[in-house]
Design a protein around this ligand. Sequence first.
Ligand SMILES: [Zn+2]
Ligand SMILES: [Zn+2]
Length: 430
Amino acid sequence: MKTIHGVKGFHDVVPQQSERFTDIEGRLRAVLAAYNYGEIRTPIAERTELFARSLGETTDIVEKEMYTFDDRDGTSLTLRPEGTAAVVRAALEAGLAQREQVAKLWYLGPMFRRERPQKGRLRQFHQVGAEVIGRDDPLADAEVVTLLVDCLRACGLEAAELLINSLGDAACRPAYRAALAAYGRAHVDVLCANCRQRLDRNPLRLLDCKEEGCRRVMADAPLVRDHLCDPCRAHFAEVERLLRAAEVPFRVEPRLVRGLDYYVRTAFEVLAGNLGAQNAVGGGGRYDGLVAELGGPPLAGIGFAIGLERVLLATAASGFQPPAPEVDVIPLSTAATAAAVRLTRRLRDLGMRCELEAAGRSVKSAMRRADKLAVRFAVLIGEDELRAGRATVRDLRRQADHRLALAVDDDGPELVETLRTLGVAGGSHG
Ligand SMILES: [Zn+2]
Ligand SMILES: [Zn+2]
Protein backbone atom coordinates (compact mmCIF):
# COMPACT_ATOMS: atom_id res chain seq x y z
CA MET A 1 0.00 0.00 0.00
CA LYS A 2 1.24 3.48 -0.83
CA THR A 3 2.21 5.58 2.22
CA ILE A 4 0.11 8.67 2.89
CA HIS A 5 2.27 11.67 3.74
CA GLY A 6 1.39 14.78 5.69
CA VAL A 7 0.71 18.05 3.86
CA LYS A 8 3.66 20.22 2.78
CA GLY A 9 4.25 23.02 5.27
CA PHE A 10 2.04 21.34 7.89
CA HIS A 11 4.27 19.73 10.48
CA ASP A 12 3.72 17.15 13.17
CA VAL A 13 4.98 18.00 16.62
CA VAL A 14 6.33 14.77 18.09
CA PRO A 15 7.57 14.01 21.62
CA GLN A 16 10.75 15.89 22.56
CA GLN A 17 9.58 18.70 20.25
CA SER A 18 6.19 18.85 21.94
CA GLU A 19 7.90 18.93 25.32
CA ARG A 20 9.95 21.94 24.23
CA PHE A 21 6.72 23.49 22.94
CA THR A 22 5.03 22.91 26.29
CA ASP A 23 8.05 24.25 28.15
CA ILE A 24 8.01 27.47 26.10
CA GLU A 25 4.23 27.78 26.49
CA GLY A 26 4.61 27.50 30.24
CA ARG A 27 7.19 30.28 30.34
CA LEU A 28 4.98 32.51 28.18
CA ARG A 29 1.91 31.85 30.32
CA ALA A 30 3.83 32.89 33.41
CA VAL A 31 4.90 36.22 31.88
CA LEU A 32 1.41 36.93 30.50
CA ALA A 33 -0.08 36.19 33.92
CA ALA A 34 2.42 38.58 35.53
CA TYR A 35 1.16 41.30 33.16
CA ASN A 36 -2.43 40.37 34.05
CA TYR A 37 -3.69 39.34 30.60
CA GLY A 38 -6.62 36.95 30.15
CA GLU A 39 -6.46 34.08 27.70
CA ILE A 40 -8.87 34.04 24.76
CA ARG A 41 -9.36 31.08 22.42
CA THR A 42 -10.96 31.81 19.09
CA PRO A 43 -11.93 29.27 16.42
CA ILE A 44 -9.54 28.34 13.63
CA ALA A 45 -12.03 29.30 10.90
CA GLU A 46 -13.63 32.73 10.45
CA ARG A 47 -15.70 34.40 7.77
CA THR A 48 -13.33 35.42 4.95
CA GLU A 49 -14.73 38.94 5.15
CA LEU A 50 -13.15 39.41 8.59
CA PHE A 51 -9.63 39.13 7.22
CA ALA A 52 -10.32 40.87 3.91
CA ARG A 53 -11.71 43.88 5.75
CA SER A 54 -9.13 44.04 8.55
CA LEU A 55 -5.84 43.05 6.94
CA GLY A 56 -6.43 44.99 3.74
CA GLU A 57 -7.44 43.64 0.33
CA THR A 58 -4.02 44.40 -1.14
CA THR A 59 -1.84 42.70 1.44
CA ASP A 60 0.12 39.59 0.46
CA ILE A 61 -1.83 37.58 3.01
CA VAL A 62 -5.26 38.39 1.63
CA GLU A 63 -4.17 38.34 -2.01
CA LYS A 64 -2.40 35.02 -2.11
CA GLU A 65 -1.78 33.32 1.20
CA MET A 66 -5.15 32.54 2.78
CA TYR A 67 -6.73 29.10 2.97
CA THR A 68 -10.19 30.06 1.84
CA PHE A 69 -13.03 27.68 1.04
CA ASP A 70 -16.79 27.67 0.69
CA ASP A 71 -18.72 26.02 3.47
CA ARG A 72 -21.53 23.74 2.30
CA ASP A 73 -24.04 26.56 2.57
CA GLY A 74 -21.88 28.78 0.39
CA THR A 75 -20.40 30.96 3.18
CA SER A 76 -16.79 31.78 2.41
CA LEU A 77 -14.59 30.71 5.33
CA THR A 78 -10.87 31.19 5.90
CA LEU A 79 -8.43 29.46 8.20
CA ARG A 80 -7.11 32.31 10.37
CA PRO A 81 -3.85 33.70 8.96
CA GLU A 82 -3.18 35.76 12.09
CA GLY A 83 -4.74 36.34 15.49
CA THR A 84 -5.62 40.01 15.92
CA ALA A 85 -8.69 40.28 13.69
CA ALA A 86 -10.32 37.25 15.31
CA VAL A 87 -9.50 38.45 18.83
CA VAL A 88 -11.05 41.86 18.11
CA ARG A 89 -14.13 40.20 16.62
CA ALA A 90 -14.48 37.87 19.59
CA ALA A 91 -13.88 40.66 22.11
CA LEU A 92 -16.64 42.70 20.47
CA GLU A 93 -19.06 39.79 20.46
CA ALA A 94 -18.33 38.95 24.09
CA GLY A 95 -18.78 42.59 25.12
CA LEU A 96 -15.15 42.81 26.30
CA ALA A 97 -14.28 45.72 24.02
CA GLN A 98 -16.34 48.67 25.19
CA ARG A 99 -15.86 52.29 26.01
CA GLU A 100 -14.46 52.94 29.49
CA GLN A 101 -13.19 49.40 29.63
CA VAL A 102 -9.82 47.96 28.65
CA ALA A 103 -9.52 44.41 27.35
CA LYS A 104 -6.13 42.77 27.84
CA LEU A 105 -6.17 39.46 26.01
CA TRP A 106 -3.68 36.85 24.90
CA TYR A 107 -3.99 33.83 22.65
CA LEU A 108 -1.98 30.88 21.48
CA GLY A 109 -2.71 28.62 18.56
CA PRO A 110 -2.13 27.58 14.97
CA MET A 111 -2.30 30.09 12.10
CA PHE A 112 -2.41 29.24 8.40
CA ARG A 113 -0.73 30.92 5.44
CA ARG A 114 0.05 29.42 2.09
CA GLU A 115 3.60 30.72 1.76
CA ARG A 116 6.59 28.93 0.27
CA PRO A 117 7.78 26.68 3.11
CA GLN A 118 11.36 27.28 4.21
CA LYS A 119 13.37 27.31 7.41
CA GLY A 120 11.30 29.17 9.98
CA ARG A 121 8.27 29.41 7.71
CA LEU A 122 5.49 26.84 7.76
CA ARG A 123 2.00 26.90 6.31
CA GLN A 124 0.54 25.91 9.66
CA PHE A 125 2.53 27.72 12.31
CA HIS A 126 1.88 28.71 15.90
CA GLN A 127 1.63 32.15 17.34
CA VAL A 128 1.25 33.47 20.83
CA GLY A 129 -0.03 37.01 20.83
CA ALA A 130 -1.36 39.71 23.11
CA GLU A 131 -3.83 42.52 22.43
CA VAL A 132 -4.83 45.57 24.41
CA ILE A 133 -8.12 47.05 23.25
CA GLY A 134 -9.24 50.44 24.59
CA ARG A 135 -5.93 52.23 25.23
CA ASP A 136 -4.46 54.88 22.95
CA ASP A 137 -1.80 56.28 25.26
CA PRO A 138 1.95 55.77 24.69
CA LEU A 139 2.26 53.98 28.03
CA ALA A 140 0.14 51.16 26.57
CA ASP A 141 2.56 50.94 23.62
CA ALA A 142 5.57 50.83 25.92
CA GLU A 143 3.98 48.18 28.09
CA VAL A 144 3.00 45.96 25.16
CA VAL A 145 6.50 46.22 23.68
CA THR A 146 8.01 45.45 27.08
CA LEU A 147 5.71 42.44 27.40
CA LEU A 148 6.91 41.15 24.02
CA VAL A 149 10.54 41.55 25.06
CA ASP A 150 9.88 39.87 28.42
CA CYS A 151 8.06 36.96 26.72
CA LEU A 152 11.04 36.39 24.43
CA ARG A 153 13.48 36.76 27.29
CA ALA A 154 11.56 34.11 29.26
CA CYS A 155 12.01 31.81 26.25
CA GLY A 156 15.78 32.35 26.36
CA LEU A 157 16.05 35.04 23.67
CA GLU A 158 17.87 37.73 25.64
CA ALA A 159 20.01 38.87 22.74
CA ALA A 160 17.18 39.51 20.27
CA GLU A 161 17.10 43.00 18.79
CA LEU A 162 14.04 45.24 19.16
CA LEU A 163 13.22 47.62 16.29
CA ILE A 164 10.55 50.28 16.55
CA ASN A 165 9.09 52.87 14.21
CA SER A 166 6.08 55.11 13.86
CA LEU A 167 3.91 54.62 10.79
CA GLY A 168 1.91 57.81 11.24
CA ASP A 169 -1.87 57.88 11.36
CA ALA A 170 -4.88 58.85 9.29
CA ALA A 171 -3.86 62.50 9.59
CA CYS A 172 -0.30 62.25 8.30
CA ARG A 173 0.10 58.95 6.50
CA PRO A 174 -1.79 59.74 3.29
CA ALA A 175 0.70 62.51 2.44
CA TYR A 176 3.62 60.22 3.23
CA ARG A 177 2.09 57.44 1.17
CA ALA A 178 1.76 59.80 -1.78
CA ALA A 179 5.36 60.98 -1.38
CA LEU A 180 6.56 57.39 -1.29
CA ALA A 181 4.51 56.41 -4.35
CA ALA A 182 5.88 59.44 -6.24
CA TYR A 183 9.42 58.45 -5.30
CA GLY A 184 8.75 54.90 -6.44
CA ARG A 185 7.28 56.03 -9.75
CA ALA A 186 10.40 58.13 -10.39
CA HIS A 187 12.46 54.93 -10.08
CA VAL A 188 9.96 52.50 -11.55
CA ASP A 189 12.45 51.08 -14.06
CA VAL A 190 14.61 49.57 -11.28
CA LEU A 191 11.75 48.21 -9.15
CA CYS A 192 10.86 44.51 -9.18
CA ALA A 193 7.56 43.41 -10.72
CA ASN A 194 6.03 43.00 -7.27
CA CYS A 195 6.89 46.54 -6.21
CA ARG A 196 5.58 48.00 -9.45
CA GLN A 197 2.24 46.44 -8.59
CA ARG A 198 2.46 47.79 -5.03
CA LEU A 199 3.19 51.34 -6.23
CA ASP A 200 -0.41 52.48 -6.32
CA ARG A 201 -2.07 50.08 -3.97
CA ASN A 202 0.36 49.62 -1.09
CA PRO A 203 3.51 51.73 -1.56
CA LEU A 204 4.63 51.27 2.07
CA ARG A 205 5.56 47.71 1.21
CA LEU A 206 8.27 49.00 -1.14
CA LEU A 207 10.27 49.70 2.01
CA ASP A 208 10.55 46.08 3.06
CA CYS A 209 11.10 44.48 -0.36
CA LYS A 210 14.04 42.08 -0.19
CA GLU A 211 15.06 42.48 -3.88
CA GLU A 212 18.53 43.98 -4.24
CA GLY A 213 17.50 46.62 -6.83
CA CYS A 214 14.51 47.78 -4.75
CA ARG A 215 16.60 47.92 -1.60
CA ARG A 216 19.19 50.13 -3.26
CA VAL A 217 16.56 52.54 -4.58
CA MET A 218 14.56 52.60 -1.36
CA ALA A 219 17.66 53.43 0.70
CA ASP A 220 17.11 57.06 -0.34
CA ALA A 221 13.30 56.98 -0.21
CA PRO A 222 11.42 59.52 1.92
CA LEU A 223 11.04 58.36 5.53
CA VAL A 224 7.80 58.41 7.47
CA ARG A 225 9.44 60.12 10.45
CA ASP A 226 9.92 63.25 8.31
CA HIS A 227 6.17 63.26 7.57
CA LEU A 228 4.71 62.63 11.04
CA CYS A 229 2.15 65.12 12.32
CA ASP A 230 2.80 66.70 15.72
CA PRO A 231 0.57 64.33 17.74
CA CYS A 232 2.22 61.27 16.11
CA ARG A 233 5.67 62.73 16.74
CA ALA A 234 4.85 63.41 20.41
CA HIS A 235 3.33 59.93 20.83
CA PHE A 236 6.43 58.24 19.44
CA ALA A 237 8.81 60.36 21.51
CA GLU A 238 6.89 59.33 24.64
CA VAL A 239 7.03 55.64 23.67
CA GLU A 240 10.81 55.96 23.31
CA ARG A 241 11.11 57.72 26.66
CA LEU A 242 9.05 55.05 28.45
CA LEU A 243 10.97 52.17 26.85
CA ARG A 244 14.18 53.74 28.09
CA ALA A 245 12.57 54.07 31.53
CA ALA A 246 11.68 50.37 31.42
CA GLU A 247 15.31 49.65 30.51
CA VAL A 248 14.30 47.97 27.27
CA PRO A 249 17.02 48.43 24.62
CA PHE A 250 15.69 49.27 21.14
CA ARG A 251 16.71 50.75 17.83
CA VAL A 252 14.52 53.10 15.80
CA GLU A 253 14.27 51.61 12.31
CA PRO A 254 12.69 54.18 9.99
CA ARG A 255 12.10 51.56 7.27
CA LEU A 256 10.13 49.16 9.47
CA VAL A 257 6.58 49.03 8.05
CA ARG A 258 5.12 45.55 8.86
CA GLY A 259 2.89 43.94 6.28
CA LEU A 260 -0.62 44.78 7.43
CA ASP A 261 -2.77 47.77 6.52
CA TYR A 262 -4.30 48.25 9.93
CA TYR A 263 -1.15 49.37 11.72
CA VAL A 264 -0.87 53.03 12.70
CA ARG A 265 1.68 54.89 14.79
CA THR A 266 3.87 52.47 16.77
CA ALA A 267 5.11 49.39 14.91
CA PHE A 268 7.77 47.05 16.27
CA GLU A 269 9.61 43.88 15.50
CA VAL A 270 12.11 41.65 17.28
CA LEU A 271 14.87 39.99 15.29
CA ALA A 272 16.89 36.96 16.36
CA GLY A 273 20.39 37.01 14.92
CA ASN A 274 20.74 33.32 14.15
CA LEU A 275 17.72 32.60 11.96
CA GLY A 276 18.78 33.73 8.47
CA ALA A 277 16.16 35.30 6.22
CA GLN A 278 13.14 34.56 8.43
CA ASN A 279 14.65 36.27 11.46
CA ALA A 280 11.64 38.10 12.90
CA VAL A 281 10.57 36.16 16.00
CA GLY A 282 7.86 38.59 16.97
CA GLY A 283 6.31 41.90 16.12
CA GLY A 284 3.21 43.99 16.18
CA GLY A 285 1.83 47.45 16.27
CA ARG A 286 -0.97 49.83 17.05
CA TYR A 287 -4.29 49.39 15.20
CA ASP A 288 -6.49 52.26 16.30
CA GLY A 289 -8.94 52.05 13.39
CA LEU A 290 -9.49 48.34 13.43
CA VAL A 291 -12.17 47.98 16.09
CA ALA A 292 -14.40 50.52 14.34
CA GLU A 293 -13.58 48.94 10.98
CA LEU A 294 -14.98 45.67 12.31
CA GLY A 295 -18.20 47.35 13.42
CA GLY A 296 -17.26 48.17 17.02
CA PRO A 297 -16.94 51.49 18.85
CA PRO A 298 -13.99 53.73 17.97
CA LEU A 299 -11.57 52.01 20.33
CA ALA A 300 -7.80 52.05 19.99
CA GLY A 301 -5.80 48.86 20.11
CA ILE A 302 -2.27 47.54 20.12
CA GLY A 303 -0.78 44.07 20.12
CA PHE A 304 1.91 41.67 19.01
CA ALA A 305 2.43 38.09 17.93
CA ILE A 306 5.37 35.77 18.46
CA GLY A 307 6.16 32.93 16.04
CA LEU A 308 6.63 29.90 18.25
CA GLU A 309 8.44 27.77 15.66
CA ARG A 310 10.94 30.56 15.17
CA VAL A 311 11.47 30.88 18.90
CA LEU A 312 12.09 27.12 19.01
CA LEU A 313 14.58 27.41 16.14
CA ALA A 314 16.35 30.37 17.69
CA THR A 315 16.69 28.58 21.02
CA ALA A 316 17.43 25.11 19.62
CA ALA A 317 20.92 25.11 21.10
CA SER A 318 19.71 26.08 24.57
CA GLY A 319 20.21 22.56 25.96
CA PHE A 320 16.57 21.88 26.81
CA GLN A 321 16.25 18.43 28.44
CA PRO A 322 12.92 16.73 27.80
CA PRO A 323 11.73 14.94 30.93
CA ALA A 324 12.84 11.31 31.18
CA PRO A 325 10.80 8.68 33.06
CA GLU A 326 11.89 8.36 36.66
CA VAL A 327 10.91 4.78 37.36
CA ASP A 328 10.84 1.72 35.11
CA VAL A 329 8.63 -1.04 36.55
CA ILE A 330 9.61 -4.46 35.18
CA PRO A 331 7.45 -7.56 35.80
CA LEU A 332 9.75 -10.45 35.02
CA SER A 333 6.88 -12.92 34.48
CA THR A 334 3.13 -12.79 33.91
CA ALA A 335 2.70 -13.84 37.54
CA ALA A 336 4.19 -10.46 38.51
CA THR A 337 1.98 -8.28 36.31
CA ALA A 338 -0.81 -7.77 38.87
CA ALA A 339 1.65 -6.53 41.50
CA ALA A 340 3.42 -4.42 38.87
CA VAL A 341 0.26 -2.72 37.62
CA ARG A 342 -0.87 -1.94 41.19
CA LEU A 343 2.50 -0.52 42.15
CA THR A 344 2.85 1.55 38.97
CA ARG A 345 -0.54 3.09 39.49
CA ARG A 346 0.38 4.17 43.01
CA LEU A 347 3.63 5.72 41.81
CA ARG A 348 1.82 7.58 39.03
CA ASP A 349 -0.72 8.84 41.57
CA LEU A 350 2.21 10.52 43.29
CA GLY A 351 3.06 12.27 40.04
CA MET A 352 6.07 10.13 39.18
CA ARG A 353 6.75 9.59 35.52
CA CYS A 354 6.66 5.78 35.21
CA GLU A 355 7.18 3.25 32.51
CA LEU A 356 5.51 -0.16 32.91
CA GLU A 357 7.22 -2.85 30.83
CA ALA A 358 5.71 -5.87 29.16
CA ALA A 359 6.11 -9.03 31.23
CA GLY A 360 8.55 -11.85 30.63
CA ARG A 361 11.78 -10.24 29.52
CA SER A 362 15.14 -11.35 30.84
CA VAL A 363 16.66 -9.16 33.56
CA LYS A 364 19.49 -8.37 31.16
CA SER A 365 17.28 -7.11 28.34
CA ALA A 366 15.04 -5.23 30.80
CA MET A 367 18.04 -3.45 32.27
CA ARG A 368 19.32 -2.56 28.83
CA ARG A 369 16.04 -0.83 28.19
CA ALA A 370 16.02 0.90 31.59
CA ASP A 371 19.47 2.24 30.73
CA LYS A 372 18.22 3.50 27.41
CA LEU A 373 15.27 5.27 29.09
CA ALA A 374 17.78 6.91 31.44
CA VAL A 375 15.51 6.23 34.44
CA ARG A 376 16.77 6.73 37.95
CA PHE A 377 15.17 3.54 39.33
CA ALA A 378 14.35 0.17 37.80
CA VAL A 379 11.85 -1.84 39.89
CA LEU A 380 12.18 -5.56 39.21
CA ILE A 381 9.40 -7.96 40.25
CA GLY A 382 10.03 -11.66 39.63
CA GLU A 383 9.18 -14.96 41.33
CA ASP A 384 11.59 -14.32 44.24
CA GLU A 385 10.27 -10.83 44.77
CA LEU A 386 6.66 -12.00 44.78
CA ARG A 387 7.44 -14.72 47.33
CA ALA A 388 9.29 -12.25 49.59
CA GLY A 389 6.77 -9.43 49.05
CA ARG A 390 9.73 -7.21 48.26
CA ALA A 391 10.73 -5.77 44.91
CA THR A 392 14.30 -5.23 43.83
CA VAL A 393 14.85 -1.54 43.30
CA ARG A 394 17.96 -0.79 41.30
CA ASP A 395 19.26 2.75 41.69
CA LEU A 396 20.88 3.23 38.30
CA ARG A 397 22.58 6.44 39.25
CA ARG A 398 24.29 4.97 42.32
CA GLN A 399 24.57 1.42 40.98
CA ALA A 400 22.98 0.04 44.18
CA ASP A 401 20.17 -2.46 44.84
CA HIS A 402 17.51 -2.19 47.56
CA ARG A 403 14.87 -4.71 48.54
CA LEU A 404 11.75 -2.74 49.36
CA ALA A 405 8.32 -3.91 50.47
CA LEU A 406 5.67 -4.00 47.75
CA ALA A 407 2.74 -3.52 50.12
CA VAL A 408 1.95 -0.75 52.55
CA ASP A 409 1.01 -3.06 55.40
CA ASP A 410 4.27 -5.00 55.20
CA ASP A 411 6.93 -4.18 57.76
CA GLY A 412 10.22 -2.74 56.61
CA PRO A 413 10.81 0.19 54.26
CA GLU A 414 7.99 0.45 51.79
CA LEU A 415 8.73 1.01 48.12
CA VAL A 416 6.31 3.76 47.22
CA GLU A 417 7.09 5.73 50.36
CA THR A 418 10.83 5.29 49.85
CA LEU A 419 10.77 6.48 46.26
CA ARG A 420 8.64 9.41 47.31
CA THR A 421 11.03 10.48 50.06
CA LEU A 422 13.94 10.09 47.66
CA GLY A 423 12.23 12.93 45.84
CA VAL A 424 12.10 11.12 42.54
CA ALA A 425 9.35 13.30 41.17
CA GLY A 426 11.09 16.54 40.33
CA GLY A 427 14.49 14.88 40.47
CA SER A 428 15.82 17.31 43.03
CA HIS A 429 17.80 14.72 44.98
CA GLY A 430 20.63 12.47 43.97
ZN1 LIG B 1 10.67 45.04 -4.94
ZN1 LIG C 1 0.01 61.60 12.47
